[in-house]
Write a new protein. Structure first.
Lengths: 321, 538
């Protein structure tokens, strides 16, 4: 137990340091690129005097490290400055878009797991046989199909054939939770398709590798059935290596999907990012980038902890091998 | 030792068993009309080289054959029923309950994510309806029985926290939990050192007596059967070529093949033509190790601490000298190899090789070669890595010569590791060393994953390299017979220190340290009837 606590503490320390580094890099990137917020607001016709006045007002004249420190202080207290394009606080903007992106990610992750696991289990039963090949073909199609094509097909099917799902609408979760889920289901499916293929391929390979392992032979020699061995031994062991893949999937999902949000007309982070870039809204852009980076770091921290809980071999201080 | 009269009934009877792989030539059967029986309460040894079909025999009995293996004919009668005619469910009811099995690799045979209790519990859940407490008590009792003094504590440990010998004990406990009538032990000690092997063999034998269990003991090593098996079958290319009491097989082999195996597993220097150069005592040493200390960085909570493994190691080797290094698992042999070859930096002390290069042959040839490249690529890599300029033709000629000197053919240059046998791979590993004309070869347990015939071949090759190129060889092994047959001087290691060194004959006949005595005791117990005379001075 002591070992686990010290392992988690050391990971936490790593997490905080990474976060600081991320904030520094984000801030530096937006400070170094040519053109600042003042010139972005006033446009190309601004006079040097106007620029100077606005820079003074925005606090762009103070030394870089001071600006970084105040931005950092703000970042950790949720104050990321004000969006120049929308005129509202950046944190408010991001917060308003989060339900879409988080909901989309969560539903997509569930879809990935629910489809990838059974397919990988069925497919690895008899590798190379018909069922495996069918799954493999579906996997390749899912990988290859462009997301906007898939989205359009899905919209077409659902708006003409089945009329159950709402397309092109968004309902906030606080107003009607079921309607919120309903309008996220189809986009979540579209986002998840390539991830299903990736997770499936990874899991199938992992299951096949574990199937040939010695402890599986031991269990067979003790009379356990294939199904029991699959659920008791093979799946937990394959999941250890798949957790990392799933965390990559989730990290990707949390960044918002530029294409799918656009096609389904969802006010998510992906669309906000496009708007921030096209309007040269630096506070908003740095705010989104910082949020995304923070999400990744948190995710990897959680993944590390999760793996250390599942797999006793992960070195945990004195408990290590 | 049982007498033959003790065994009245056959517990298992194999009749006319033939097996082949799908797509194989139908004339070359993997098991060729095999017939034998195991009597109640006896330990039957099944001996043969790699690929002779001994594991296939075991898998046929347990019904664990892969789908590409097809039984062509025959029957396996166990408990008055033909195992080959049972359906999947009926076979599973027998596996683990009436036929237990243990395997070669204790390191990977337990589920790494489960603690020992859960690893063992599944066999009870599968075959019995017991309460949780009953299961717990039964497991603790069995762990006590297989020699653990802290069974309650072991239950909560994970496999990676146990040593190889402890894991094999756990696996034996698992196989014996339901007191099966037959235990199949497939090379249970091949990956363990002599001292551990000896205790595992004693354990199997005492369990066999206590539970009146029959054992099918599969091994490639004829020398271990003498003291442990009642009867021995010798297998070759899917057929039984010789059988008899272990005494008859060891001292009166009827078949020429058995006699050949016997000679080879004795590692008799004369028979294997193991003659070595006599080193010049006044020559400058090829390697000088003085006061070497080395180890690893380890984590302790937040702190990184240095874990010392080797302590104050000092020795020299003369040109052309063959030195043995013996000790049990975990004594620091492998760390020493890594330090000598520069894979880890010494903490203090010096290693100097004034005479030139040092090359290493590692234990497992299966994982030492890159499966995606040909033998030629491996040989050329040594030259590339050393940044030696050679034309393509020179390189090819050198590679061919080297390959021939380890007993392979020029055609093997284009083969891939998967197309070679274990012994051939080990010869490629030796050839890789030879490409750079090393002054010293460190051979770290080069025989431990090979069968007797391949092992004897490797020893002959090492001796011819020594004679021809005057290469010094440091032979690391836990097998005293090999060390005795090949080396003139021996170093004994324990807990990272050299505890004894001297002339091999002297050390092995008149051991001074406890470590050497323990190793010798284990060797004699393990190979009684076979090696007691061997270890005496001839």
């Amino acid at each position: 137990m002591k070992a686990r606590v010290s392992y988690i503490l050391s990971k936490l320390l790593e997490f905080i340091l990474t976060l600081l580094l991320v904030s520094l890099l984000t801030f530096a990137a937006f400070s170094i690129i040519p053109g600042d917020t003042a010139s972005a607001i006033l446009g190309p016709d601004a006079t040097p005097e106007q620029l100077a006045i606005l820079r003074e007002k925005l606090g762009l004249n103070v030394p870089l490290y001071q600006r970084y420190l105040s931005w950092l202080g703000g970042a950790f207290t949720g104050n990321l400055g004000e969006s120049t394009a929308f005129g509202v606080p950046v944190s408010e903007l991001i917060a308003s878009r989060l339900p879409v992106t988080l909901g989309l990610s969560a539903i997509a992750l569930v879809i990935v797991i629910v489809i990838a696991y059974p397919s990988a289990i069925l497919s690895s039963r008899k590798p190379g046989k018909t069922l495996d090949q069918v799954f493999s073909v579906f996997g390749h199609i899912s990988f290859a199909i462009p997301q906007f094509v898939l989205s359009l097909i899905v919209i077409l099917l659902c708006s003409t054939v089945f009329n159950y799902f709402q397309v092109g609408k968004y309902v906030e979760p606080s107003k009607d939770f079921l309607a919120y889920i309903n309008c996220l289901l189809l986009p979540a499916f579209c986002v998840s398709v390539p991830k299903i293929a990736m997770t499936f391929k990874f899991l199938r390979a992992s299951i096949l590798a574990e199937k040939g392992s010695d402890y599986v032979r031991t269990s067979k020699s003790r009379g356990l059935s294939d199904i029991k061995i699959m659920f008791k031994h093979i799946l937990p062991n394959s999941t250890v290596s798949v957790i990392t893949a799933l965390s990559v999937v989730l990290a990707d999902l949390l960044g918002g999907s530029l294409v799918v949000e656009q096609v389904f007309n969802l006010p998510g982070l992906g669309r906000l990012l496009i708007q921030a870039i096209s309007r040269r809204d630096f506070p908003l852009l740095s705010g989104i980038v910082f949020y995304l980076a923070t999400m990744m770091v948190i995710l990897y921290f959680v993944t590390d902890i999760l793996i250390s809980i599942v797999d006793p071999r992960i070195k945990m201080g004195e408990g290590g091998q | 030792m049982h007498t033959f009269e003790t065994f009245t009934n056959n517990i298992l009877e194999i009749k006319d068993l033939s097996l082949n792989f799908k797509g194989n030539n139908p004339d070359t059967l993997i098991l060729n009309h095999l017939s034998f029986s195991i009597r109640e309460g006896e330990i039957l040894g099944l001996i043969g080289n790699s690929g002779c079909g001994k594991s296939m025999t075991a898998l046929s009995i347990t019904g664990l054959l892969k789908s590409d293996a097809q039984i062509k004919s025959g029957s396996i009668i166990f408990n008055n029923q033909d195992l080959l005619k049972l359906n999947d469910k009926e076979k599973r009811a027998i596996r683990g309950k009436e036929i237990g099995m243990i395997f070669q690799e204790p390191y990977t045979a337990l589920d790494p994510l489960m603690n020992i209790y859960h690893n063992l519990e599944e066999v009870l859940i599968e075959h019995e309806t017991l309460s949780k407490t009953e299961r717990h008590d039964l497991i603790v009792k069995m762990l006590d029985r297989v020699g653990f003094t802290n069974s309650e504590e072991i239950l909560n440990r994970f496999p990676h926290e146990l040593s190889g010998g402890q894991r094999q004990r756990v696996l034996i406990a698992g196989a014996a939990l339901l007191k099966p009538k037959l235990l199949i032990a497939d090379e249970p000690t091949s990956s363990l050192d002599t001292v551990t092997s000896c205790s595992i063999m004693k354990l199997i034998k005492s369990l066999c007596d206590e539970l009146n269990m029959s054992v099918l003991f599969i091994s490639h090593d004829l020398s271990t059967v003498g003291n442990f098996c009642d009867r021995v079958l010798v297998m070759r290319t899917g057929e039984i070529v010789d059988s008899g009491s272990s005494f008859d097989i060891l001292f009166n082999p009827k078949d020429a093949y058995t006699a050949d195996l016997l000679t080879k597993s004795k590692f008799d220097p004369k028979v294997l033509n193991l003659t070595f150069n006599t080193p010049d005592k006044d020559a400058e040493p090829v390697i000088k190790v003085s006061n070497l200390c080395a180890g690893y960085m380890d984590r302790k909570g937040f702190k990184r601490v240095y874990k010392n493994i080797l302590e104050d190691i000092s020795f020299n080797m003369l040109p052309g000298e063959v030195v043995g290094l013996i000790g049990s698992s975990g004594c620091g042999k492998t760390t020493l190899t890594r330090a000598l070859s520069g894979l880890i930096n010494p903490k203090s002390g010096t290693i100097s090789t004034p005479a030139g290069r040092l090359a290493v042959v590692f234990q497992d040839p299966g994982t030492c070669l890159n499966p995606s490249y040909s033998v030629y690529w491996h040989l050329a890599e040594a030259i590339r890595a050393a940044k030696i300029n050679m034309t393509k033709e020179e390189l090819k000629a050198k590679a061919t010569d080297t390959l021939v000197s380890v007993g392979l053919e020029p055609m093997h240059l284009d083969r891939y590791p998967s197309q070679l046998s274990g012994g051939q791979r080990q010869r490629v590993a030796i050839a890789m060393c030879l490409m750079l004309n090393p002054a010293i070869i460190i051979a770290d347990e080069p025989l431990s994953s090979l069968d007797t015939t391949s092992g004897a071949r490797i020893l002959s090759i090492l001796s011819s390299i020594n004679r021809e190129f005057n290469t010094s060889i440091l032979l690391i092994s836990h097998n005293l017979r090999i060390v005795k047959a090949t080396t003139s001087r021996v170093l004994v290691m324990n807990e990272g220190k050299i505890v004894e060194s001297g002339n091999t004959q002297d050390v092995l006949t008149n051991p001074q340290s406890d470590t050497t005595k323990e190793l010798l005791d284990a060797e004699i117990t393990l190979h009684k009837n076979f090696s007691t005379d061997r270890l005496a001075i001839e």
